[in-house]
Design a protein around this ligand. Structure first.
Ligand code: ADP
Ligand code: MG
Ligand code: ZN
Length: 478
């Protein structure tokens, strides 16, 4: 018998900090340089080389902590996480373990009644590993150490997420916050933002957590969603067949659309964590936290609430618009020329977002101005064009940058609101459909929809729907 299973997810997100230099040395962090040109004895782990902490890394990590409402610990400790892998030249990764820099924050997902605060357990600083490149020659693997020693923060959530959709929303929210803070570029393809998903399932109603699998290689929102869905179904099916779920690391194979076992998951004590004797405990006085706090921008959720409360934007639209700093800035420019935030918001989330998506253009390369967009919406408000004609005009604006009024004239899209012009079409339609007229007069009032459609067709879609309705009713009832 099929039981009802609940999915439990906790995310571990690694974000590269957008500093110019690495965390323990002065080497550049720039992406795309020829292999091994951004290295030195420190990030190559040569004997005797000592790490020196990059102060900007700490400020960026504090910034992330404050933005998520975390407590910033006055004292935190760098620890060695020991494992042997060629991309880790020292034989250990410098990370933070039982005393991380930031603890206990939240990330908001959903809107209105659906709003939830997902708990963030910790944010700690660590270094990135180098990059193994396999198959460069037959049976040959090489290592590019440029990325080794790039600063990361790891942001670990509590297992509070209950579906792949929630996990995706959490990750999108977090990404948006990091971009707003200017501490991460949000680029998942280049790997500067990465996400591992811990997934378990349990019968609905059960309160204890069951064994989890950790999913890796989720470098797009779609992969995150697909991998969680696959894994949750796999575990539920295992339980239903009386099989066990083992704690392990699994890799998402996007080509096959499945997760597969990579290795059984190490326990923390396999890493033999211990405080790094080369680094003093990190002390962050309150004054430093206060100074970083002053640099916080308005964050996406606060912005979304402001749009909803002050500008009347629908709550869900506001979250989408505020989620992207460039989109939000453009929205505010348009608001200066067009005051109806609710309608403007709908247009942004519907038409503008769709166009940007489909044409893969950016706001910076749009050929029309905020004033043109405002002018377009005003043409609809004034009844000059219909909402559907406005979409055609908008498509033209995107292609050519021509002013909306000129496009309307050139394509003859202006609505006919003049009653006498509408009357001619109405008379013609009524004369051609006597039996439908009978039905209407006998009380079947919903035939009006049929007549509106016919009149619109006769007028090539340009009749003002309000006027068409009025004239029809007048003629049918008079
Ligand atoms: P580790 O340090 O071994 O990776 P943690 O206890 O720090 O393990 O948890 C890592 C992540 O796994 C966290 O995001 C946490 O919320 C999540 N997690 C822990 N237990 C479960 C579980 N049973 N199901 C789903 N996620 C879990
Ligand atoms: Mg972990
Ligand atoms: Zn270096």
């Amino acid at each position: 018998m099929q039981r009802s299973w609940e999915t439990i997810i906790g995310l571990e997100v690694h974000a590269q900090l957008a500093t110019k230099a690495k965390v323990w040395c002065g080497c550049s962090t720039e992406f795309g340089a020829p292999p091994n040109t951004q290295t030195c004895p420190v990030c190559l782990g040569l004997p005797g080389a000592l790490p020196v902490l990059n102060a900007q890394v700490v400020d960026f990590a504090i910034k992330a902590g404050l933005a998520l409402g975390c407590r910033v610990n006055e004292k935190s400790v760098f620890a060695r996480k020991n494992y042997f892998y060629p991309d880790l030249p020292k034989g250990y990764q410098i990370s933070q373990y039982d005393l991380p820099l930031c603890e206990w924050g939240t990330i908001e997902i959903g809107t209105g009644d659906e709003m939830r605060a997902v708990r963030v357990r910790r944010i700690h600083i660590e270094e990135d590993a180098a990059k193994n490149l396999h198959g460069v020659g037959e049976g040959v693997s090489v290592i590019d150490y440029n990325r080794g020693g790039t600063p990361l923060i790891e942001i670990v959530s509590e297992p509070d997420l209950r579906s792949s959709a929630e996990a995706m929303e959490y990750f999108k929210s977090l990404r948006s916050i990091l971009i707003y803070l200017g501490i991460n570029d949000g680029n998942m393809e280049e790997g500067s933002l990465r996400c591992d998903a811990n997934v378990s399932v349990r019968p609905r109603g059960e309160t204890d957590l069951r064994t989890r699998a950790e999913l890796k290689n989720l470098n797009s929102f779609k992969f995150l969603k697909d991998a969680i869905d696959y894994e949750a179904a796999r575990q539920a099916s295992a339980y239903e067949h009386g099989e066990a779920v083992v704690q392990e690391t699994r890799l998402w194979d996007s080509a096959k659309g499945e997760t597969r076992s990579l290795r059984t998951k190490e326990e923390a004590n396999d890493y033999r964590y211990f405080p790094d004797p080369d680094l003093l405990p990190l002390e962050v006085p309150e004054a430093r936290v206060a100074k970083v706090r002053e640099t916080l921008p308005e964050l996406p959720r606060a912005k979304a609430k402001r749009y909803a409360q002050e500008k009347g934007v629908a709550a869900a639209d506001a979250v989408i618009i505020a989620g992207d700093p460039a989109f939000a800035a453009y929205f505010e420019r348009c608001l200066e020329a067009y005051r109806d935030g609710k309608r403007l918001g709908k247009w942004f989330v519907g038409e503008l977002a769709r166009v940007l998506n489909e044409k893969v253009t950016s706001l910076a390369t749009l050929k029309f101005s905020p004033a043109d967009l405002a002018a377009l919406l005003k043409l609809v408000d004034a009844g000059t064009i219909s909402n559907s004609a406005a979409k055609d005009v908008f498509a033209e604006m995107v292609e050519t940058g021509e002013e909306p009024r000129k496009i309307v004239e050139r394509k003859g899209l202006a609505q006919v609101s003049d009653a006498s012009a509408v009357e001619a079409a109405v008379d013609q339609v009524l004369a051609a459909n006597p039996s439908e007229v009978e039905k209407y007069r006998a009380g079947k009032k919903n035939v009006i929809g049929f007549f509106v459609g016919q009149v619109m067709r006769a007028m090539k879609g340009r009749g003002n729907p309000g006027v068409v309705n009025d004239v029809l009713r007048r003629k049918l009832e008079g």
